[in-house]
Write a protein that binds this ligand. Sequence first.
Ligand SMILES: Nc1nc2c(c(=O)[nH]1)N[C@H]1C(S)=C(S)[C@@H](COP(=O)(O)O)O[C@H]1N2
Ligand SMILES: [Mo]
Length: 198
Amino acid sequence: MEEQNSIISPDTRRSERVPPGQHLTEKWPVLHYGSASKIDTSLWKLKLFGLVRAEKTISFSDFTALPQVKVFSDIHCVTTWSKLDNLWEGVSSATIKTLVEIKPEAKFVIIHAEGEFTTNLTLEDFFEPDVLLCLKHNGENLSSEHGGPVRLIVPRLYFWKSAKWVTGLEFSDKDQPGFWESNGYHNHGDPWTEERYG
Ligand SMILES: Nc1nc2c(c(=O)[nH]1)N[C@H]1C(S)=C(S)[C@@H](COP(=O)(O)O)O[C@H]1N2
Ligand SMILES: [Mo]
């Protein structure tokens, strides 16, 4: 599964790959608040807004024409399951930086998803080289229950930061705790130090 031209998420190289309090699963559970969104790719758009020089909206066909990367990473869900050896494919957060000019006051990105769901990241966490807006998992298009057509993948943090059905990225000078962060989860979510609950 691990391929030569992939970005290898550094946590997959740890001698103990499973963070404290986690256990392994082979299956890929489906978890989200509310019902899964079915999104027609002809209607899907990604809005880049907030503290940027000029806001931009990208269609699905323009999005899929952007350079693609592969990222090899593990999943760690705060509900204690971990799933190793995932190969993701999509658009790196680094590519987003080439599409809009982010103002220097911006320190955070608020990820917006279908159904008013949001989650928050520092720009530092968002621009780690293994973060991507993902289209495929292990060679197959993401199913709608797993967040297709486009979800975020943030390999170094608990999986609730990996928003499904992403529709927008808002650059901000203020941190804005999102859905799970406002409902008891930690604001950051490092699995290695068990930043589980706020
Ligand atoms: N839009 C949206 N994305 C979301 C969530 C959600 O409720 N809504 N839940 C998060 C949580 S808590 C987890 S564990 C993962 C689960 O992703 P999966 O169903 O693909 O395993 O999605 C994350 N992304
Ligand atoms: Mo979760």
